[in-house]
Design a protein around this ligand. Structure first.
Ligand code: UD1
Length: 416
């Protein structure tokens, strides 16, 4: 029998859950270990499929890894390979983040064309354009890309404030000769966190968190220890789940400074969001109001919380409108939500959700990571049993989701 998650609903979530460290901060920080021969220790690393995949790719390059007490120490003494093999790259798009660090360290990076969530075509042209303007030669075949050459500082303008391209160019620029300026850089908290680690390693970076980042290359970087930020998307997911199920949940470690747009929409729905020094409490209202959302780059509403919010909108009293402006194919959860009784119409990149009083348990698919999270929220609200297939997408980004939800009162069973 296939792996699946079985949820019996409806349940109101009550109690406390601890938010893990951010997957999207950890992955580029693991790539940063390639920039030095000295050990990099990342603390409180979440036990996630994507972290395991990144570790395996690094091991394949000759990096030594050691885990103890939740910390992961990576030591890239001497590298035996500069190739990201297909069997790993096709599973995780973030493997492309290894290119910048490999180029900086070894002057060469080989990548099998990456996979990850199937949300849109997700090209990497901006990453490659950045490397090319820093002097790299790019060779591209049908299923591989090779970047090579000695990098020097350059002015790189990003047509789109791409998170991955900003991180990749940052990683590449730390050891390049001269100064690199990334214009129209992404401003996500994960980028600030990566820069914090790089600075601890001896990098010279200014402007992280703004749309202009300046990196002055240094000759060498050294070891460092870092605890990544809490996962704002995991926090958003539990916050939305609390509001959708009519619950009252405290999310330890959640950082409200990183969640302003999500908090704003939850409040507009009627939920009470209470900020505490060590986390965020979300208390649902008796009725959910419909809302309007347009996803945008940070500090706008995160595309990674769009699917989860749509699950909530299914139960609001009235018509909600959600526009996805970052990815062109990020509505795969719509057909799955419809199986549970949702009334959603899609016009181009906009979904119009007519709220209904009830959802019903059904057999659904976790078509990608965040769509899978939306299925979990909808299943918690739905009457009867829901079976979520392809749960490995969910395990890529949600640590201990079964345990955390069980503690909050959910009737959830994970079948391997
Ligand atoms: C990162 C996050 C992902 C999140 C996304 C947007 C990680 C590991 N993943 O993904 O969870 O959904 O940011 O917040 O941090 N684009 C191009 N050319 C490029 C690069 C991107 O056209 O070379 C486009 C993409 O197709 C997309 C948009 O730019 O439409 C934003 O993508 P980007 O910010 O790069 O997302 P990722 O870094 O892949």
């Amino acid at each position: 029998m296939d792996a699946r998650i079985i949820i019996e609903g409806p349940t109101r979530l009550f109690g406390e859950a601890e938010i893990s460290r951010s997957k999207n901060a950890v992955l580029p920080e693991m790539a940063a270990c390639l920039l030095t021969e000295e050990p990099i220790t990342l603390k409180d690393i979440p036990d996630l499929l994507d972290v395991g995949t990144m570790t395996r790719i690094l091991l394949g390059m000759g990096v030594q890894s050691q885990s103890s007490g939740g910390s992961l120490t990576l030591r890239a003494g001497e590298l035996s390979s500069v190739k990201v093999p297909y069997e790993h790259a096709h599973r995780m798009r973030a493997s492309v983040l290894l290119m910048g660090a490999l180029l900086a360290r070894e002057g060469r990076a080989e990548l099998s064309l990456p996979g990850g969530c199937a949300i849109g075509t997700r090209p990497i042209d901006l990453h490659l354009k950045g490397f090319a303007s820093m002097g790299a030669k790019i060779e591209q075949g049908e299923d591989f890309i090779i970047a090579s050459g000695k990098l020097r500082g350059a002015r790189v303008y990003l047509d789109i404030p791409s998170v991955g391209a900003t991180e990749n160019i940052l990683l590449a620029a730390t050891l390049s000769e001269g100064q690199t300026m990334i214009e129209n850089a992404a401003r996500e908290p994960e980028i600030i966190d990566l820069c914090e680690l790089l600075r601890k390693m001896g990098a010279d970076i200014r402007g992280a968190g703004t749309d202009m980042i300046t990196i002055t290359g240094v000759n060498r970087l050294h070891g460092a220890t870092h605890r990544p930020i809490a996962d704002r998307i995991e926090a958003a997911t539990y916050m939305i789940a609390a509001a959708a199920t009519g619950g009252d949940v405290f999310l330890k470690n959640a950082n409200s400074a990183h969640l302003r747009s999500v908090i704003n929409k939850l409040t507009a729905c009627g939920a009470k969001v209470i900020d505490a020094p060590n986390g965020i409490r979300v208390r649902a209202s008796s009725e959910l109001s419909p809302i309007y959302i347009r996803t945008a780059s940070y500090p706008g509403f995160p595309t990674d919380a769009q699917a989860q919010f749509m699950a909530l909108c299914c139960l609001a009293r009235g018509t909600s409108v959600i526009t996805e402006s970052i990815f062109e194919n990020r509505f795969m959860h719509v057909s799955e939500l419809r199986r549970m009784g949702a009334n959603i119409r899609v016009e181009d990149r906009t979904a119009i959700i007519e709220g209904t009083q009830k959802l019903f348990g059904a057999n659904v698919n976790a078509t990608d990571l965040r769509a899978g999270a939306a299925m979990v929220i909808a299943a918690l609200c739905a009457f009867g049993e829901s079976v979520i297939h392809d749960p490995h997408h969910i395990y890529r980004g949600y640590e201990l989701i079964g345990e955390k939800l069980t503690r909050l009162g959910a009737k959830i069973k994970m079948v391997e």
